[in-house]
Write a protein that binds this ligand. Sequence first.
Ligand code: 4NP
Length: 150
Amino acid sequence: MVCLGNICRSPLADGLLLRKIKAQNLNAIVDSAGTANYHIGKAPDSRMIRTAAKHGTALDFLRARQFTYNDFQNFDHILVMDHSNQRNVLKLAQTPDDEKKIEFFLDYLYPHQQLEVPDPYYGTLEDFEAVYQLVDQATDALIQKLFHEQ
Ligand code: 4NP
């Protein structure tokens, strides 16, 4: 799960997916990272933590880190939240196989549309809630596709 700061969108996708994978006894390694280095080592944004907690999803244990080339070796799917994230991870890809791993997170919910999860960082609490609803639906769709349709 990749976004810019790794404090709003991608930690939410990470924490929600972890929670659902555990609840459904599925087996996967999930992590998140930001393309930027601004927030390395920080907990998720307090507004994102509070919004997720309201829905029973804990995010406070997560810490931001920066996306690195090693992520292409450690993960099968590199899911980006927006086009800028896509450009930034593409710059680090070294092989066509690396490039193939990059997908739009929302394509699991709205296939082939390359829609973006809006960045709530400069927004209101309502924007954080809207991101939660979107990521909640997209993580359900992702689990359906990756665990139940293959
Ligand atoms: P995220 O949101 O990419 O969803 O974690 C942002 C967090 C921080 C900043 C931008 C977006 N920032 O400019 O510091």
